[in-house]
Design a protein around this ligand. Sequence first.
Ligand code: TRP
Length: 447
Amino acid sequence: MKQRATFNSKLGLVMAAVGSAVGLGNIWRFPCEAGEHGGGAFLIVYIFCVIILGFVVMLAEFFLGRASQSNTVGAFKVLAPNTMWKIIGYNGVLAAFLIFGFYSVVSGWTLEYIYQSAAGNLNANSIEEFVINFGSFQSDIFRPILWVLIFTLITHFVVLSGVKKGIERASKIMMPVLFVILIALCIRSLMLPNAIEGLKFFFNPDFSKITSTVVLSALGQAFFSLSVGMGCMITYASYFNKSINIPNTAVSVVTLDTLIAILAGVIIFPAVTSFGISPSQGPQLVFITLPNIFQQMPLGNLWSFIFFVLLAIAALTSIISLHEVVTAYLHEQYKMSRRKAATIVSASGFTLGIICSLSFGVLSRFKIFGSTIFDLLDFITANLMLPLGGMFICIFIGWFVDKQVLKAELTNNGTLKFKLFSVFVFLIKYVAPIIIALVCVNELGLF
Ligand code: TRP
C-alpha cells in the first residue's frame, strides 16, 4: 500500500490545524454573531462551549483521524466496519461542501477589498457611505462572482499541489503576521472616542440576554470556528505522524483560535460604538467597520491592503481544509485521481458559490423558511450539522470505542501523560452529548 503523506514538521502540523481553524470564522463570523446575540452574554456562553464541547470534539476528531489514517468517511469504515456510523462521515462531507459554498463568497469579498485598497479607493465620507458602497458591490451580479471564481481557482491549485507543500507552507508563514496586525488594529481601535462603550458591550454580560437562540448560536460558532463537528480535523489528523502529542496540539489550536476571535471582537466593537452603528449589522459588519478604522489611520490604504491580504490568506488556509475533506473522500473512497476529485469539488463548489453570491442581489427575495440561501446554508451547517455531527462523534467515542485503544492513541502508547483522561472520557460520554442534544431540542421548540 502506498504510504500516506504526512506533515513534515511539528510546527507545520500545528500551524496547518490552526490555519484551518483561524479564518473568516474568527474575524468575520464571530463579531457578527456576537453582535447579533447580545455581546457579552454571547461571549460567556461561547467560551464555555469552546472549552467544554469544542475542545472535547477536537480531541475526538484527532483520535479518529490518526487512529484510522483515513478520511472523514473512511475513519468510521475502518474503526466500525459495516455499521451506520459512517453516516457521521457523510454528514461531514456534505457540511464541508455546503460551507465551502458560502465561505467562498465571503472570501471573494476580501479579494475585492484587497483590490480597492491597492487602488486607493477604500475611502468614504461617512460610515453610511461605506454601508452603501458595500451594499452596491454585494448586490452586483458579476463582480462578486468573479472574485469567487478567482478564489476557488487559487484554492484548487493549492489543494492540487499536495498536502505537504501546499497547505503546510501557506499556513506556517502567514499566521504569525496576521496576529501582529491584529494587535496593531486592536490598539488603534481602543484609541477611538467612545471605545469603552464597545468594550462594555463585548465584555460585560447581560445574563438576561441568554436565550436558547443565543446558546445555539454560540455552540454553532464554537464548532464553526474550531473547524470541528464534521470531520475536518479527522482528515488533518490522518496526516499526523505517530509522535505528535494530540492533547497538546488540541490545546494550542483551541487557545490560538479563541484568542484571535476575542481580538477581533476587541477591534470591532469599540469601532462600532465609536462610529455609532448597530452591532447587529449582520454579515457586512466587518466589511464596513474595518475600512472606516483604516481610513482614520495614517497610511490607511496600506494597512488595509496588508490586512485584507492576510485575511484572504487566513480564509484560504481554512477553505483548503474544507476542500480537502471532500477531495480526500472522493479520492480515497472512489479511487479517482486527486486531480479529478479536486476538479469535481472546485467546479461544484463554484456553482454553489454563485448561488450564494446571488442571494445578496437578484436572488435576495428568494427565501426558504424566511432566509436567503446564504443565510440558510450558514444556519443549517453551523447550527445544525456541526453540533449534531459533534454529538454523534462524542457518542461514538464515548460509548463504542474501546477506552484502552483511545488511551493508547492519545498517549502515544503510554509514552505521554494525559492526566485528565478520565475527565475527558466523562465529558465525551455524558456531558457533551447531553448538552448538545438539549440545546438542539430546545431550539427546535420541542420543549
Ligand atoms: N474554522 C474556519 C474558520 O473559522 C472555517 C472552517 C474550516 C470550518 N474548516 C471547517 C468550519 C470545518 C467548520 C468545519 O473560518
